[in-house]
Design a protein around this ligand. Structure first.
Ligand SMILES: *[C@@H]1O[C@H](CO)[C@@H](O)[C@H](O)[C@H]1NC(C)=O
Length: 226
């Protein structure tokens, strides 16, 4: 093969690899005729949302300490759909569904609130699943809110540090506790996520921090005086 054709085929291989590895983000507003859908178009929009999905993905990979594709979940395409539905948002099958009613009702700064929801849902796209038990599912919700906390998008209504009745309650209670654990050992949440690639076991806390989650929870509560 001559140099020119070698050069050209290398370019082709690079382009093909790039095409496989780059994540595609697709945003659809299927609620344009509703007040929430109109507000989405006026105050957020498809381009802004796509850019935020890109930023959120980079942020999540950084928190998870996944510097290359081999360490990340392989997801070619993430779709976000604004639609008429109950609730705020959920992620399923590499799709994020966002309620038009939620967007209509956002109080305060719309981008801060929306970004927080997006960082939480994008974490679900990229995090490892753990196992299908209530505790493991709550832990994945806690990790998603931990990312939201680290991105500085804490909404009204979250518990304060030290709040909640048990570490596996999920959402902000678990997120605050994980933040405490991550303070004991930088990169703890990244390591926990790595372990959850193949399931979940309570012993992960002992392996990473030398103590059970219940023990860590007692010390966390004591530190905040409750
Ligand atoms: C998980 O979260 C739900 C809802 O917050 C809660 O009722 C439950 O007690 C939590 N823990 C477990 C182990 O299911």
């Amino acid at each position: 093969m001559g140099y020119l054709s070698f050069f050209l085929s290398s370019l082709l291989v690079l382009a093909t690899l790039h095409g496989i590895l780059a994540v595609e983000y697709v945003v659809t507003n299927s609620a344009e005729t509703t007040r929430g859908g109109a507000r989405f178009n006026n105050e957020l929009g498809v381009d802004y949302t796509r850019q935020t999905m890109v930023s959120a993905s980079n942020f999540v990979w950084n928190i998870f300490q996944q510097s290359n594709e081999a360490e990340r979940k392989s997801v070619p395409r993430v779709s976000l759909i604004v639609e008429v539905m109950e609730g705020i948002a959920y992620a399923i099958n590499n799709e994020i569904h966002v309620g038009a009613g939620y967007i209509e009702g956002i109080k305060g700064d719309i981008k801060t609130d929306f970004n927080g929801v997006l960082y939480h849902e994008m974490t679900h796209i990229w995090q490892w699943p753990g196992s299908n038990t209530p505790r493991s599912r709550n832990l994945t919700e806690g990790i998603a809110d931990f990312v939201r906390l680290k991105a500085n998008y804490v909404p009204d209504g979250w518990v304060q540090p030290g709040g909640g009745s048990h570490w596996d309650a999920g959402y902000s209670v678990t997120a605050r506790f994980l933040d405490y654990c991550n303070g004991l050992k930088d990169g703890f949440v990244a390591e926990l996520n790595k372990k959850m690639r193949t399931g979940y076991n309570d012993n992960y806390f002992v392996e990473l921090l030398g103590k059970t989650a219940d023990q860590l929870w007692s010390e966390y509560k004591a530190r905040y005086g409750n």
